[in-house]
Each structure stands twice: as structure tokens, then as C-alpha cells.
Design a protein around this ligand. Sequence first.
Ligand code: KIV
Length: 272
Amino acid sequence: MYLPKPLEDSITVTHLKKLKQQGEKFACLTAYDYSFAKLIEECGVEVVLVGDSLGMVIQGHNTTIPVTLDNIKYHGTTVRAGLDKSMLMLDMPFGSLNSPQQALDNASELLKATQAQVVKLEGGSTQIKTVEMLSAFGIATCAHLGLQPQLVNKLGGYRVQGKAKSAAEEMIATAKELEAAGADILLLECVPASLAAEITNSLEIPVIGIGAGAEVDGQILVLHDILNVTAGKKPKFSKNFMQGQSSIQAAITRYVTEVKRGQFPDKTHSFL
Ligand code: KIV
């Protein structure tokens, strides 16, 4: 007989908010298939993201722009099959959120196919109305500020964001607006550690960082980066967790332990 998995056993946005209130750090990681999702969950990762980074580490493109909704749906269903407890978060790919209505339709399709708990949206202030609409229709969102790889053609490269005083002030204001619009989580990518700390302290929702220093609530990295299988130049904020470990499981467990103890990221993996 098919017995549905009890919802109360899964990690939810409420659970992450509680961790933030208790000052406990949590670990997040990308995954793109069943086997890695299962292993990652067993190692104690709270949030598993099917990121559009799959365009680069799985498909071999040099940006995330070619990733389609069907790609996220496919990888999302394979990752879902490996998870019992960890929260499943999916990226909304480039071109899937050009209006609040389009985003609502696409997010609904993704959630029905994968039973993900959260969708992540790049776009910052342009997505405030979308966050509001998704929230009104019961869809939990993770807003994404700082470096947004889907905007690479406008940014002209992958660079640290929010270094100038005016850019930092704008990011703080946008973060507050996204929270007020109903965002459940905020992700900060490649921002100075002091700015990320200020944003984290000024919001009630949990903040996940990647290249955003140690004072955010949770950390996320790309799986292929921490296992040292990403081709080409490695991002400064990432770390080869395979070094000194004898198995993939030991490397992921080390990552989780260092995040929870506040040991990762140190200064060498942060922007100061
Ligand atoms: O697609 C991705 O992997 C991301 C990172 C921020 C983790 O969005």
C-alpha cells in the first residue's frame, strides 16, 4: 500500500525560520539527480537546490541562460525521488518569470511535477510583484540578490556586487521590500561579508549565502565545486571538500559540519 510521507517530517520554511531564531546555521547544496540527492540528505543537508547551475555543470554551457523549465522539471523529479526529509528548492530558469502571471503558471507546473517546497527567483527588485503574487497563491519563494548569473550579459561578467555604498544601500532596501512582499527566504550571492551580515540582521526570514561570508543563516555551494569536479577555474568562495577525505560522503559530511560550526566560510572564501 502506498503511504504518503508525512509532511511534518520534512524541513519547511518554518523550520528554517526557527533555526535562524535559535542562531543555528544550516547547510544547503545543489543536486541534479536521485543518487546524489539521497546521499546529500543522509549527510544532513537541510536544503537541496536544483539550481540552474545545471546548465554549466551538467550541460556544459558557459552560462545558465539556456536552461529550460523542462530541464528543471526533469532534474527536479529525479532529485525529489531521493529526498524524504530535506527541503527541495527549484530555480526558476531564465525566461520563465517575465511577468507575475507567467511565473505563477510556471512555478505551479514545477511544484505539481516535483512537490518542491520552494522556488528561487533571480531578478531582485523587478520580481517584487511576482513574489507578492506567488505568495498570495501559496507558493513559497526564495528571492536572490547580489550576483545574479541570469543577468550576466548585462553585468558583463561574474563579479562581487554591492561594493559601492549606493549599491549596498539599494540591496538592503530591496531585501526589505522582498521580505515585505512575502519572500520566505533570501539568497545572497557574491556580496561583501559585512553587507550580507547587515542584511541578515535586518530581516526575519532566513538568509542563505554563497560567497557572502559567515554571518548569514545558511550556506549553499554547488555540489560539483565542493567535490572538485567542476571544469576550469574554481570560484574563490567555494572549497574543495574532497581534499583530505576518502569518500564523497565524507566530503559532504565535512561541508555540513564546517557550516554548522561556523568554520566555513573563513576569510579566504569570503569577500571582505
Ligand atoms: O543555480 C545555482 O546553483 C545557484 C547557486 C546560488 C547555488 O543558484
